[in-house]
Design a protein around this ligand. Structure first.
Ligand code: GRF
Length: 205
């Protein structure tokens, strides 16, 4: 039997996307295993979810390091030590330092709650979409490069923006799609189907 793809999942808070990955693996829909969950904040729900499922979990806080670069390279050390092959940013609230991005070329993916390239680069994509008055928003899974939220797009899902929406209701509608999209992107990666050609990621049809 061949070894399963080893995932390293980076989280910062609630961890509902982490939960979607855990559930996908447990249901046999993702052919991978979580080698480590890393949180940059202590005492967050994501850590509790990881522990509940018996996953290796490490807290690597910014305060323990002199610079953002050292902090992110320490995270890379943990990922390497655990033999991680694909890094998943699942609600990680920091922009990875360029050197950290380069440590796993085309092997770091992120879920962002908008249809990129719209409303990238921040932590309030849903509020920005609402404020702009767009009629459709959604989420994007993309490959992480040094350019923030601008790497090649793997999958996107769209949702309508309704007259009655506030940030919370729109975020909830998008989140439902995130939980579907991120596991699917990981499985496509695990199957070795993705091919990056310039800005395009082929093999997702
Ligand atoms: C998600 O909306 C994700 O797209 C964004 O941060 C949120 C994290 O949610 N990057 P959770 O921690 O996975 O529940």
């Amino acid at each position: 039997m061949s070894e399963k793809l080893k995932l390293g999942v980076l989280v910062s808070g609630r961890g509902s996307n982490l939960q979607a990955i855990i559930d996908g693996i447990e249901r046999g829909e993702i052919d991978a295993e979580i080698a480590v969950v890393i949180s940059n904040h202590p005492d967050v729900l994501a850590i509790e979810r990881a522990r509940r499922h018996g996953l290796a979990c490490e807290v690597v806080t910014r305060e323990a390091y002199r610079s953002r670069r050292e902090h992110h390279l320490a995270i890379i050390d943990v990922l390497r030590h655990r033999g991680v092959e694909l890094v998943v940013l699942a609600g990680f609230d920091r922009v990875l330092h360029p050197e950290a991005c380069r440590a796993f070329p085309e092997r770091i993916i992120n879920i962002h709650p908008s249809l990129l390239p719209a409303f990238g680069g921040g932590l309030h994509a849903q509020a920005d979409a609402l404020a702009h008055g767009v009629k459709v928003s959604g989420c994007t899974v993309h490959i992480v490069t040094e350019a923030v939220d601008a790497g090649p797009i793997i999958l996107q899902a769209a949702v309508p923006v309704l007259d009655t929406d506030d940030v919370e209701s729109l975020a909830a509608r998008i989140l439902e799609q995130e939980h579907r999209l991120l596991p699917r992107a990981i499985q496509l990666f695990a199957e070795g189907r993705l091919r990056v050609v310039g800005r395009r990621v082929l093999g997702t049809d």
